[in-house]
Every structure is written in structure tokens, then in C-alpha cells.
Design a protein around this ligand. Structure first.
Ligand code: XMP
Length: 513
């Protein structure tokens, strides 16, 4: 399937991924490229439109990111967002200055008035809320541009040169707080760029299967399967493309949720592939014995995982291709500077070059998580695998605080199952993005029957988030929390107290370790 492409030119804005997701949601394929990409390379992508993202800089500074001015004579429609809008204005002869307190600096939800004759706002209400975050102001807009939206403080919230297909908005249409923001992006794509909406997962599946067959030929393929969404979908795709040549290795480290190992095995042993389940619980628990420090646990698990995987790979013999479940956010983010290490992530997608293979294949590297899920459905993966919430590589080890023992893990597994079961029964699964139980290392006094108990405190955690980089705790109804609490203390030995975690991220993280 050939498809139209839109380029998101990234000026370092915090919402670059969100813009790309919105464009894809509108049925149009797009890729994020750094603003430093040479014009020829952009031309070679033959885009139907370009979106300039926001960014932290001020266009009037010498050191600020720029574009090759020829981009404006090439004849491709451009939508500039925030910094992108100011950059367009600045480059085309307008004037951008720092906003003073009482003029046009704007932050947050802002009542905005639109000229619905402008193609960007076609068919939308003439008034609505937009999300602003800018300290600079377009004092003079370039020749040929009309003002097409205003706010109380600012007469030029949006500018348009309809003849050339250039649009600029000071606010962020990609953010949910902007009412009809996605519709504005859709208007740019369909009304201005002539998009036809040819990006779909069924089309993607066919193309991906075809190109995987061409690439792999008769080669042998190895895939590390965790049972998570990404590696499961990658496995299903490879199974469809080159099933008999594929071996999936599932390392069961004994840190999975209740029944999870068997579920993964049941799902994948039906495929026309060779599936290896390596039961390594004893090995992992032995290595983890007596270790309480979170980073130490993570390192041990990461290392052991690679050892077990390597040993299984050796049994299989020489493989030509190793498949990784890398997805697009990882690709976009890998360019980001050196942030502080909060937790060393163990990820099946991040296997080092430990096995003897010719090449790495990453069939999901251009897809967002929701697209990976859709692809999984196209490939007829069971819904419980496709819609499953993220689960960390080190598994329950990072939810069992302090030293890990089989008994503590079994306690946690059962409590976690009950929590998830009650959330499902209450029909709340879709209202939260990740929810689980944590076995704290704290014990307290309780009374059960007529006797004193001295047992563990269990914490329940649930968050709502779009990117897992920030998250809010979920307002679960009290009745549901009550049912969970009553069931757990009655059905799970050694838990006599339940607490609900009401911290957002930041300052907390989603997992406790
Ligand atoms: P935190 O706890 O850092 O988690 O707020 C953010 C998201 O990442 C998941 N997570 C992991 N995923 N390997 C993974 O594949 C890991 O080592 C890991 N640690 C945390 C976590 O579940 C949440 O979705």
C-alpha cells in the first residue's frame, strides 16, 4: 500500500508526539523529523503537507532553530503551531517580540474567537477554548496573511495565507484542552493538503507482511516474547509472514501475574511457529534472594533474562534475524538528551546484541501504541492480549517491596487478580490506563475473628495517563474500593490492611520501585 505522508518538523516542542498521533488518528500517515533535516531529504519524502511543532525558543534570538526559507517556495502547505507559527511569521517578513505582562503573553485555557470562513476552522463553532502556552507575540504578521482567530488579549491567535496554504496558530490544537483541536488538524489535512485518509492498519498489515517476506526470505527468525502487547503483536505479524521460520522464546521469570504464563503459552502455541517457554522461576528467585534494593533487583533481572534467552537461542542454532518490538515513541525519544536515570528499564525490546544473528528487524518501529493494538486485532490476536495494560519487564519484582520470596509473590498475585477482577466487574477497565496491587513491606496490627493479626499492608495503585510520563491517580468510586478491600482481606492470607495510593506522577512514579 502506498500512502500519503505528512511531515512533522520538530522544533523541540513537548507535544511533538501528540501532533503525530493526532494526524495518524485522522487516517493520514506522518513521520516526525528534526528541524535540521535538509530540505532535499524532506522533498524526497514527497509530503502532502508539513506541520511545524512548537518549541522552547524565541524566534528573534540568533541561536534559535530556523528553517531553510526555500521550504516556503516549494508549494507544500504548512501549518505552524506556536513556535512553528512564529517562525513562519518571522521568516516571511513579520515581526515577533517578547510579550509584555499586559499584552499578549498567554498560558492555559483561553476563550478564542474563530473566523469560520478560514479553511482551518471550516464547519466548527466560531467560539471555543484553546490551550495557550506562549511568551512571544506576533507584532506584525507577514504580507499576504489574514488574521483568522483572536482572543481577549491577542488579536492574532491564528494567521492564514489561504492562497499559499500557510496557516499558523499560537495555541496547541493537538492538546485535548483545545476544543475541536483535532478537527482543526483534520481540516488542515483534508481541506488544505488534499488528504484522502489512506492510512489504515489493514493496509499496513498487508504491506508489512509482504516486505517482511521479501527481507527475510528463507532466513531463521528469533523473537523474545514477553506476553506484552508489543512483542505479542510483533510475534503475530512475523507468524503470518514467515511462520515456519520463526521461534518465539518466552522467558517465564516467575514474576508474572496470576495465570499469565499459561495464557501466553495457550495463545502462542496455536500459531504455526515454534514456541519455547523457558521456566526460569527458580533461577530468578534464587538470584533475587535477599535483595531489597530496587535498582539491584532490576539489574539482576535484566542480566538473568539475557542469559536465559541466550542459552535458549544457542539451542536453536544460528539465527539470521532477531526481532525487537520497538515502537515509534521509543524511536522519537531516542534522540532526546541525557535525562536523569530514574529507573533502569528492563525491556524485552531492548535486548543487546547477545545472540549470533545477522540483523535486527523492528516491524513496529513506525507505529504508536494504539496502532500496535489495532494491528494486533487485524492479526486476530485475542482481545485480552491486545488490550492489556502495560506490564514492566521486571514484573512483580518491582511491586513486591523489599526482599522477594515465592510466598510474598503468591500473596501479591492473588490480591492483584482480585483488584483487576473487581475493576472488570464494575466495567471500569477503560477508565484507567494502568492499575495493580503493590505488596508493601510494612506490617501492622489488625483484628480478625477474635484474634490479633500482624500482617502485610497492600497498596492499590491506578493511574490515568496518555503518555505514562505524567499521570494522575484515578478517582475509583468508593464502593468499588470497598468491594476490593473486603474481598482481599477475606480471600488473601497475610494481608490485613489495604491503602489506596493517591499520588500523581510527578512527584511519585507509577510503579513503586
Ligand atoms: P514509572 O514507574 O517509571 O513507569 O512511572 C512508567 C511506565 O513504564 C512501565 N515500566 C517498565 N516497562 N520495563 C518496561 O518495559 C521496565 O523496566 C519498566 N519499569 C516501569 C510502568 O509499568 C509504567 O507503565
Amino acid at each position: 500500500m502506498s500512502h500519503q505522508t505528512v511531515i512533522i518538523l520538530d522544533f523541540g516542542g513537548q507535544y511533538n508526539q501528540l501532533i503525530a498521533r493526532r494526524v495518524r488518528e485522522c487516517g493520514v500517515y506522518c513521520e516526525v523529523r528534526p528541524y535540521t533535516t535538509p530540505l532535499d531529504a524532506l522533498r524526497a519524502m514527497d509530503p502532502i503537507g508539513i506541520i511545524f511543532t512548537g518549541g522552547p525558543n524565541s524566534v528573534y534570538l540568533e541561536t534559535s532553530p530556523r528553517v531553510d526559507p526555500d521550504i516556503f517556495t516549494w508549494g507544500v502547505p504548512i501549518l505552524g503551531i506556536c513556535y512553528g507559527c512564529q517562525l513562519m511569521a518571522h521568516t516571511l517578513g513579520g515581526r515577533v517580540v517578547a510579550a509584555t505582562e499586559d499584552s499578549a503573553r498567554e498560558y492555559g485555557k483561553t476563550e478564542t474567537y474563530f473566523d469560520t470562513a478560514c479553511r482551518l476552522f471550516k464547519g466548527l463553532p466560531a467560539q471555543g477554548i484553546t490551550w495557550m502556552s506562549h511568551g512571544d507575540y506576533m507584532e506584525k504578521v507577514p504580507q499576504g496573511f489574514a488574521l483568522t482567530a483572536r482572543s481577549g488579549a491577542c488579536p492574532n491567535v491564528a494567521i492564514a495565507d489561504e492562497a499559499r496554504g500557510f496557516y499558523g496558530v499560537q495555541y496547541h490544537p493537538e492538546v485535548n484542552h483545545t476544543q475541536h483541536g483535532t478537527d482543526m488538524i483534520r481540516n488542515f489535512l483534508y481541506e488544505v493538503c488534499g488528504a484522502v485518509g489512506d492510512w489504515s492498519m489493514s493496509g499496513y498489515k498487508e504491506t508489512a507482511v509482504r516486505s517482511l517476506r521479501e527481507k527475510i526470505g528463507k532466513g531463521k527468525v528469533l523473537l523474545a516474547l514477553s506476553g506484552g502487547v508489543d512483542s505479542s503483536v510483533a510475534a503475530a505479524l512475523l507468524a503470518e509472514a514467515v511462520g515456519p521460520q520463526l521461534t518465539c522464546v518466552f522467558v517465564d521469570h516467575g514474576l508474572m501475574r496470576l495465570g499469565e504464563g499459561d495464557e501466553v503459552e495457550a495463545a502462542f502455541s496455536q500459531w504455526d511457529i515454534s514456541f519455547v517457554r523457558s521456566n526460569a522461576e527458580e533461577l530468578f528467585l534464587t538470584k533475587l534472594a535477599g535483595v531489597a534494593e530496587p535498582e539491584a533487583k532490576r539489574k539482576i533481572i535484566g542480566e538473568e533474562f539475557i542469559r536465559v534467552f541466550e542459552a535458549e537461542a544457542k539451542k536453536i542454532g544460528r539465527v539470521d534475524y532477531l526481532v525487537q518490538g520497538t515502537i515509534y515513541p521509543d524511536v522519537i525519544e531516542s534522540g532526546a538528551g541525557d535525562a536523569a536515570v530514574i529507573k533502569s528499564h528492563h525491556n524485552v525490546g531492548g535486548l543487546p546484541a547477545c545472540v549470533d544473528f545477522k540483523e535486527i528487524v523492528e516491524p513496529l518501529r513506525l507505529l504508536f501504541k494504539d496502532e500496535v493494538r489495532q494491528l494486533g486485532r487485524e492479526l486476530a490476536l485475542p482481545e485480552y492480549l491486545v488490550s492489556r495494560q502495560p506490564f514492566p519487564g521486571p514484573g512483580l519484582a518491582v511491586r513486591c517491596i523489599g526482599e522477594i520470596t515465592k510466598e510474598k509473590l503468591d500473596t501479591l498475585r492473588l490480591a492483584d487478580f482480585i483488584f483487576r477482577d473487581e475493576i472488570a466487574k464494575a466495567g471500569l477497565e477503560k477508565t484507567m490506563d494502568q492499575y495493580f496491587a503493590v505488596l508493601t513491606n510494612m506490617r501492622s496490627v489488625g483484628v480478625q475473628g477474635d484474634g490479633r493479626t500482624y500482617d502485610y499492608t497492600l497498596a492499590l495503585r491506578s493511574v490515568t495517563t496518555t503518555d505514562f510520563m505524567t499521570a494522575d491517580w484515578t478517582r475509583i468510586p468508593y464502593e468499588v474500593l470497598d468491594r476490593v478491600s473486603v474481598r482481599i482481606v477475606n480471600e488473601v492470607p497475610h494481608i490485613n490492611r489495604i491503602v489506596y495510593d493517591i499520588t500523581s506522577k510527578p512527584p511519585a512514579t507509577i510503579e513503586w520501585e
